[in-house]
Write a protein that binds this ligand. Sequence first.
Ligand code: FMN
Length: 172
Amino acid sequence: MKILVTYWSQTGNTKKVAEAIFQALTCDREIRPFDSVDSLNGTDLVFIGFPIMQFGPPAAARKLVNELAEGKRIALFVTHAMPSQSDDPLQKAMLEKELQKCRALCAKTEFLGLYHCQGELSEKTAGELISSGIPMLASFAEMRTRTIGHPDQTELAEAGMFARSITETLKG
Ligand SMILES: Cc1cc2nc3c(=O)[nH]c(=O)nc-3n(C[C@H](O)[C@H](O)[C@H](O)COP(=O)(O)O)c2cc1C
């Protein structure tokens, strides 16, 4: 089985998850950022990773999936500032809505699953969100301290397990 792990990452969080997935796989595999991928032909499975930006998949992810992934076997991995587990029903609903947009993006692919975890908001990013003028984005910036250290070792190990479970399903 030939697998491609491809990612888009501004501050390195999603890249860490991509590397954890790549390391966890033992078959014929490659890891590449989006900008060096111009075709998904010749791969049996593609792991596509990106951060949530402005409440959904960023333009780079929409472009890659819409232009290259139709009919392909895809699994997603996504990082975001919101905590993966929250007691706040509003926060939970908002994250679920964002993840749903990511799944919906893959409607024309053979979609196999999604892994997601929190990713640290850098100080610079928090500053940019505050000055965006969008109140909801500015409120993410206030969460910065609670994002520090993510993805952590547990989340990276979970990402690896997710990737192995996807490949096991295909072998089975
Ligand atoms: C412009 C911008 C918009 C963002 N919007 C959201 C968002 O809507 N929801 C969210 O949970 N996180 C949001 N984030 C946080 C990132 O998704 C998170 O920090 C992610 O781990 C960054 O990944 P990267 O290091 O791979 O770039 C946003 C970050 C930026 C820079």
